[in-house]
Design a protein around this ligand. Structure first.
Ligand code: SF4
Ligand code: SF4
Length: 502
């Protein structure tokens, strides 16, 4: 096990993991009447619907195809009838509506015919990556980045170490922990399949030292395979961040603005490895996931395997219900999760947990002035100066905030967590990053529009020039016979010839 000396900063938030850890994953939730499947639930662009109202679909059937650029396919989590594509409240802090395919369950849960999978280890890496793409798999650790793209990127680099992230450092969440305890063989096979695709030399499964049962299960499952090993890392938030885990396991630091690929390292989450195994072994697309349902407002904390599109309220109702009205509903963990606008929002690919928190757990206190205690600096895992960044981000001075490393901020919230003045530092960084992204998109659009306008002007000018040239040529041709007539002698007549000859 590595010591803390390799890791910078970090905090020890109250765990709450014991509330759900060790309880078997609930796999027999009743089918919801309707499933709501947002088209925008992956990094990049919205998926494009392939179905229309009235269509009958089977479980696993493709409903939407990957949109332009980064995107992912979407499949039916159960059999039933398509009601339509409707605007629903999205699991997003903005509360903006999102287009979603609405599927009414027929209660039969009938699978489509799944492909007869041959031994995936005998198939080519590109073929396997294409299958991962077809299955709509995205990073389930929170990044929701399309996995096939990451696999293909990995193939372009010489990857020495594949890291399977079993860190799961967010308080309350135990989904990866429970998955590793109960389905270790599948996770290890998924890891080996990723290793096969990217042709990595070795696979290291990184697990925090607060998950002894998962460590034991994964070690046993990995034991027969020489190039797969489990590495225990200290439980220290945000160890589940890819950059922290890489540092802890390899000692390498991903440079500012750089990628782990450049270091010969690729990181995939435990749940993603499991999903990839299910696709490549059984042909199953991604239609469900394991998530943690926890928080002081619930009667019982559990891990549950939920179909995408299941309303959160349905999960809560069928997993023991609430003991008190939640002060806040959060999707994800309390450190990096998003506040939910309503319990009607559905489970999505990136939903690692749902927390129903009491007022005491939310701990909302009015911020006071910065006392320059530098605690935020001490805990920042990226070595940043949060108090200075926040000052500039708050004043919309994003350039200055960037000069303090805003782009390297992983939005882990450690700084906000320790701030004695309860300054919501991470909120300023989220805001600033969002604004900067919007500006980049706007600048990109403007540059693109200018490029199109310039190209159009060039084309119009070229066409006008071509018309002018054609007109001039026509005019020239029209004049040509007369001019030629004037300069070309009439053919000589017999008499002329005779005259000349005489
Ligand atoms: S932790 Fe809070 S009070 Fe202390 S320096 Fe940072 S922002 Fe200021
Ligand atoms: S949110 Fe950003 S600035 Fe704050 S501790 Fe995390 S990485 Fe550092």
């Amino acid at each position: 096990m590595f010591g803390f000396s390799r890791i910078r900063g970090g905090v020890h938030p109250e765990s709450h993991k014991e509330d759900s850890a060790g309880k078997p994953i609930v796999t027999d939730l009743p089918l919801p009447k309707r499933l709501y499947l947002p088209l925008f639930q992956q990094a990049g662009a919205m998926a494009l619907p392939l179905v229309k109202p009235g269509d009958k679909v089977l479980k696993g059937q493709q409903l939407a195809i990957t949109g332009e650029g980064l995107s992912a396919n979407l499949h039916a989590p159960t059999s039933g009838t398509i009601i339509g594509v409707e605007e629903i409240i999205a699991p997003h802090p903005s509360g903006l509506n999102s287009a979603a395919i609405v599927l009414e369950s027929d209660g039969e849960d009938r699978w489509m015919e799944l492909p007869d999978e041959s031994d995936p280890f005998q198939r080519s890496p590109e073929e396997l990556a294409s299958e991962v793409e077809r299955a709509g798999i995205v990073g389930l650790g929170g990044a929701i980045f399309p996995s096939a793209i990451k696999l293909r990127q990995g193939r372009r680099f010489e990857i020495k170490t594949l890291i399977i992230n079993g860190g799961e450092c967010e308080p309350y969440l135990t989904t990866d922990d429970q998955l590793m305890r109960e389905r270790a063989a599948e996770v290890v096979e998924g890891a080996r399949l990723i290793q096969h695709i990217i042709e990595a030399y070795e696979t290291v499964i990184g697990i925090e030292d607060n998950k002894p049962e998962a460590i034991a299960a994964m070690r046993e499952a990995a034991a027969p395979y020489g190039k797969v090993r489990v590495e225990v890392v200290p439980a220290l938030y945000p160890m589940g961040s890819a950059k922290q885990l890489i540092k802890a396991i390899t000692g390498l630091e991903v440079p500012a603005g750089g990628r782990s690929n450049d270091l010969g390292v690729l990181v995939h989450n435990v749940a993603t490895a499991y999903a990839i195994q299910q696709t490549l072994r059984y042909g199953k697309p991604l239609i469900s996931r394991v998530l943690t349902l926890a928080g002081g407002s619930l009667n019982e904390a559990r891990n549950v395997e939920a179909l995408f599109g299941t309303p959160i309220q349905h999960l809560i109702d069928h997993c023991g219900g609430i003991s008190s009205q939640p002060a806040r509903l959060v999707m994800g963990g309390p450190m990096m999760g998003q506040q939910l606008p309503a319990a009607t929002v559905p489970v999505m690919k990136g939903t690692s947990g749902v927390l129903a928190l009491t007022q005491k757990e939310v701990n909302d206190k009015t911020p006071s002035n910065c006392i320059r205690c530098s605690r935020c600096v001490q805990v920042c895992p990226m070595g940043l100066v949060p108090l200075e960044m926040a000052k500039h981000a708050k004043a919309d001075n994003f350039e200055e905030a960037s000069s303090y490393g805003l782009r390297d901020c992983i939005l882990c919230g450690s700084c906000s967590y320790v701030c004695p003045s309860r300054i919501p530092l991470v909120n300023y960084f989220e805001y600033a990053k969002g604004e900067m992204k919007q500006r980049r998109v706007a600048e990109h659009k403007l540059a693109y529009t200018q490029q199109l306008t310039a190209r159009r002007s060039e084309r119009v000018e070229r066409e006008a020039e071509a018309k002018r040239a054609a007109k001039a040529a026509k005019k020239k041709r029209a004049k040509a016979p007369k001019a030629e007539a004037a300069s070309t002698p009439e053919p000589a007549t017999t008499s002329d010839t005779a005259e000349k000859e005489s």
